[in-house]
Structure formats: C-alpha cells, structure tokens
Design a protein around this ligand. Structure first.
Ligand code: SF4
Length: 346
C-alpha cells in the first residue's frame, strides 16, 4: 500500500482522458467498487496499470460485529498498524448514518468515554477519513444492497474532530467534492467536546455543516470534573459564542447531554440549563450506555422525569435511543487497545 498512490491523486498524467478519469471515480465513489479488477467499464490493461500505481482504500477491515438492530461496528487497521473503529447505522426506514473516527485515541479525557482512556495516539489523515466513509459506502451498496442510497456522516467515533482540524476540514472538502461523494455539508455532523474557538472557522468554510456539542453538565465546576476541556471554555462562553454563531449562520446547534445517574440529573442541573433555552439549541438526551465503578446508567423512570421537566420548561429536547448497544457500538463505547486481541475489540 505504501508504494502506491491513493486513487484521489489520479491526474491527467496518469489517465489523460477526462471521461476515463470520471469513469474510474464514478465506479469507486458512486458504485462503491473498491477493487480495480471489478471495474468492468475499463479495459483489462488499464485495470492492471491502475492497480500497480494506485490503491483505493487506506483502511483494512480486521473485524466486524453486527448488532440485532442492524448496526455494524468495524475495526479498521491503518497502514501503520494502528486501528480505529467506525459504525454503520441504519434505522427502520433505511436511513443510513456512518459514524467515523478522526483520531486514533483522544487526549480530551472525558471520564465517561472509553476512547478517552487511550490518550491520543495520532491524528487520521484526510485520505484515511475519506477511506472510512468509502468502506462503509462499499458495505452499504454491495453487502446491504442499498444502491444510490443517501447517507449522513457523524464525526462521532474515536477522537475529537476539532483537535484534528486541518485534516478533518480537508476530509469534508473531499467528501463534499462532486468528483467523489458530492455529499451536502448539511448531512455531516461534527461532534465536539467543546473546542468552540474552532467552530467559527469551520462554519466559514462550510456554513451548513452541523455541530453537536457534548454538554453533559450544566454546572461549571461539575462539568470540569467529567470533561477537562471545560476548564478552557466555560459554559457561559459556550452559550454566548454559540448564540452569536447562530445569529450569524442561522444554523442550530445540538447539545448532547449524556444522562449519568446521580451526576447530572437533579433539579439544580435543570435550573442551570436555563442559559441554553434558546432557539440556537436543541438538546439531545443520551442515557449513559454502560455502568462501571465511576458512572452509572440512570433508570428509565429517572430518564423520563428529566425529559418531561425540560419539556415543561419549553426546551427543544429529544431523546436518542441506544443503537448497537449489544456490540458496544453506542456513544462513548468505542475503544480499541493495540495490544488487545482484535477478536475482542470492545
Ligand atoms: S467523548 Fe469525544 S472528546 Fe471526550 S474523550 Fe471521548 S472521544 Fe474524546
């Protein structure tokens, strides 16, 4: 793989006719073909030449786990042997979402997140991120038989996307480029733990790009205990900055609130959420997906009570249901350790 170029670098020096280059790109990015030998619109000679000079994927599937709800979690190996996870999500109406990673590990250290326990190992390149999307697209078109199916992308896998800003922006340029997927930026969501100084530069490049900010606590000192980034950007700053950006771009922000038993679900926290009762925000409640020594999943009645109280106070609020819970593919559960057995990837 290392001695060949990625197919996105194909130029007129390699294949001089523009229509031929388009044929190649359409086969890969519209039909989801990831093997040159399977591109039947090209001559055998050209297929051979391409496979000697280029590769299509930067990721190799190592293991997959399939959930009873249709969610499929993949472990991908990168060219240097490091691994990341990506998740294919499908609902009962066949709405498809690709959840992709932007870093190997993460240095943000949120206490409820398994990826955070790995620390940052390295950033993914734009081509690697594109490759995750391409592999999931290939899976959708060939194995699921969903051809010409629209999809959404969430940068919600391993890593903090805004901590790998340049590569993530470049990956969005590639994904939205009509030569490749031509996906609208409004179908792409960046999930951030709160690096709010990088949201505006991203919106200047892609004004309709969506953002989901992991809030998780409404009281400053408490948020600092579960999300170290809170020491850098306070809740007051987040509220003010995002309201300004809403006024400028008319693009609403999702606030993700992971419900943790006895941590962030009392009346005091609901009162403190008041600063986010504004048309700029939509609150997404996510009951914690696992329980361990430090954190516990709330009971159903506690979740309903919290949600009803927010609705009574006229917050715009929804609950996100667990998907892929039986394969640990749900939010905060992605974690691959290099020395662990790939068969046991959590
Ligand atoms: S929640 Fe996101 S930002 Fe926080 S440690 Fe996990 S991957 Fe990193």
């Amino acid at each position: 793989m290392a001695t060949t170029k990625n197919i996105i670098e194909l130029s007129e020096n390699d294949v001089d006719k523009a229509f031929r280059r388009k044929q190649i790109y359409d086969a890969v990015f519209k039909k989801g073909i990831v093997d040159f030998s399977a591109i039947s619109t090209l001559s055998k000679d050209l297929r051979n030449q391409l496979s000697q000079k280029f590769h299509i994927l930067e990721v190799n599937e190592v293991v997959r786990k399939e959930s009873i709800d249709g969610t499929v979690k993949f472990l991908f190996r990168l060219s240097d042997g490091k691994c990341v996870e990506a998740v294919f999500l499908i609902d009962k109406n066949n709405h498809v979402t690709f959840c992709i990673s932007s870093q190997v590990g993460c240095r943000m250290g949120c206490v409820f997140c398994k990826t955070g326990t790995m620390g940052l190992i390295r950033n993914l390149s734009a081509a690697e991120i594109l490759s995750e999307v391409l592999y999931l697209y290939h899976f959708m078109t060939t194995e699921k038989g969903l051809k010409d199916q629209l999809f959404n992308i969430v940068y919600m896998g391993m890593g903090e996307p805004l901590d790998n800003f340049d590569n993530v922006m470049e990956s969005i340029s590639l994904i939205t480029n009509p030569t490749f997927f031509g996906l609208s930026p409004s179908r792409i969501t960046i999930s951030t733990c709160g690096l709010i100084d990088r949201i505006e530069p991203a919106m200047q490049r892609f004004p309709t790009l969506r953002f989901a900010l992991s809030l998780n606590h409404s009281i400053q000192e408490e948020r600092e205990k579960i999300m170290p980034i809170a020491r850098k950007f306070s809740l007051d700053e987040i509220a003010a900055r995002l309201k300004d950006l809403y006024a400028k771009f008319k693009n609403r922000f999702t606030l993700e609130y992971v419900l943790i038993k006895d941590v962030n679900m009392s009346k005091k926290e609901i009162d403190a959420l008041q600063r986010f009762r504004h048309q700029a925000f939509h609150i997404n409640l996510i009951p914690l997906n696992h329980s361990d020594d430090q954190v516990k999943r709330p009971e159903e009645k506690e979740i309903s009570r919290f949600m009803q109280e927010l609705e009574k106070r006229h917050f715009c609020v929804t609950r996100r249901y667990r998907r892929g819970a039986d394969i640990d593919a749900a939010c905060g559960e992605l974690c691959y350790r290099e020395n662990s057995n790939a068969q046991d990837f959590s």
